[in-house]
Design a protein around this ligand. Structure first.
Ligand SMILES: *Cc1c(COP(=O)(O)O)cnc(C)c1O
Ligand SMILES: *[C@@H]1O[C@H](CO)[C@@H](O)[C@H](O)[C@H]1NC(C)=O
Length: 431
């Protein structure tokens, strides 16, 4: 309503100005003459671009890739509510609700639970920047792109980075992890729970104990798995856990829940150096989110107000539905999809069904087909996004994501239909 009123007001002003300019010069007031001068000797040399004078166009797409996923109308509507100040008491209440929603989704009682103003990468950087100091040893499990990214982030801030590398889809035994931790004595060990570039859901039980025994913090990425596969932050002794908004949570991209337990807080609040990022400094963020016991919240940065509304709504939907029901649903729809893919003659990339990530399914690229051509065909003829691999899995897999709101058998049918059509119409190469 308000925007519309503003719009018609500016149209009216423009019309008045135009009328004034079109009328004969005789009897014109000085101010109109001045305005004319302004127009003929414009101070701007770059004219308004033609594209900006056209309305925004956004197509309807089935987002059946590894994210973002389609956002349900209720969450979209919450993001279009009026903006309030980021330091208004009502906003604090909404942020407190978000904190409770994350505690439920993560299964944690940690007070140091917030949402980053930024995508999943913001949470990755926040975790590493705050608990690691330059020169300290960090161990990263690299079995897809996400380990590669965290290793690079840690390297950039001057950590002494060690990796244990597996081919995409590979997983680690507890013995392998324990040996590497004993060897490199890291302050932080990173593991991806839902490796979306490979379609692997890595077992987490028991690793937290190994980390505790070796005085190392356990950092887990659940960007692609939260809400789709069980994770229990407290029970599984995960010291730092983060996720993103745009995958199984079905909120728009741009916010990222993260939680630190007491061990992680002790490490990050007893450092000798300041974290390299001001924006991601947990000393400030913990105050902004009311987690530092201080009743006064000071200005640090302006959070994405609409993004927080939408995140709250997506967490509310998860709370209403229940985690267990959400996990069950993802497993059921994934199993239905596996059967349909096998019926099409396609091969699942992760052979062990129990290690498959229920939110993102990877298939081996069918022999003789060009995966880029297939994905292009599916986008063109079915308005549907599926994707290829990412990082080390490029050229190895195609990925189908049915996450949260998209996780329905009817959507699995749509995806299977599109794939069958592409298999029929994208000609096999001679290779
Ligand atoms: C998508 C994804 C990320 C990165 O999230 P962005 O919101 O794109 O920054 C990190 N980890 C995993 C496992 C992901 O699937
Ligand atoms: C978290 O904060 C609440 C409220 O300030 C407090 O009662 C509780 O003891 C805190 N819990 C932990 C684990 O620090």
């Amino acid at each position: 309503m308000m925007q519309r009123a503003l719009f018609s007001r500016s149209v009216l002003l423009a019309q008045q100005a135009a009328a004034a300019l079109d009328s004969p010069l005789v009897g014109k007031s000085a101010s109109v003459m001045q305005r004319m001068d302004h127009r003929s000797m414009s101070s701007v040399t770059i004219p308004p671009p033609a594209c900006m004078l056209r309305p925004l166009e956004v197509p309807m797409r089935y987002l059946f890739g590894p994210g973002p996923s389609n956002v349900p109308p209720r969450v979209l509507a919450s993001g279009s509510r009026p903006i309030i100040g980021h330091l208004h008491p009502e906003m604090y209440e909404i942020m407190n609700d978000i904190k409770k929603g994350i505690q439920y989704a993560f299964q944690t009682e940690n007070n140091m639970t917030i949402a980053m103003s930024g995508s999943g990468h913001a949470a990755m950087e926040c975790a590493v920047f705050n608990v690691v100091e330059p020169g300290e040893s960090v161990l990263v499990a690299v079995n897809g792109i996400w380990g590669e990214r965290v290793a690079e982030i840690a390297e950039r801030m001057g950590a002494n980075v060690h990796t244990i590398v597996k081919a995409p889809g590979g997983y680690y035994t507890k013995e392998e992890i324990e040996q590497a931790i004993e060897k490199h004595k890291p302050v932080l060990f990173f593991l991806t729970h839902g490796e979306s570039s490979a379609g692997l859901c890595h077992p987490v039980d028991g690793i937290g104990d190994i980390c505790r025994k070796n005085n190392c913090l356990f950092l887990v990425d659940t960007v692609a798995s939260l809400g789709a596969a069980p994770i229990f932050m407290d029970k599984q002794k995960i010291d730092i856990l983060y996720t993103g908004s745009q995958k199984a949570l079905n909120a728009p991209p741009g916010t990222a829940p993260i939680s630190f337990n007491d061990r992680a807080c002790y490490k990050m609040f007893n450092r000798k150096t300041k974290p390299i990022s001001y924006l991601f400094d947990m000393t400030h963020l913990s105050n902004y989110w009311g987690c530092d016991g201080n009743t006064v919240r000071a200005y640090h940065h302006t959070g994405p107000v609409s993004g927080f509304f939408a995140l709250r709504e997506s967490l509310a939907i998860l709370a209403e539905k229940g985690l267990e029901e959400s996990w069950r649903k993802h497993k059921e729809v994934a199993a239905y999809l596996y059967k349909g893919l096998e019926d099409l003659g396609l091969k699942l990339f992760i052979p062990d069904r129990d290690l498959r990530l229920p939110s993102v399914t990877t298939i081996a690229i069918p022999e003789g087909y060009d995966w880029r051509e297939m994905l292009g065909y599916i986008m063109k003829h079915h308005q549907m996004e599926m994707t290829g691999g990412l990082g080390p899995s490029i050229g190895m897999v195609m990925r189908i994501g049915l996450m949260g709101y998209n996780c329905e058998k009817t959507n699995a049918d749509k995806a299977l239909h599109a794939l069958a059509d592409a298999l029929k119409n994208c000609k096999k190469s001679k290779a």
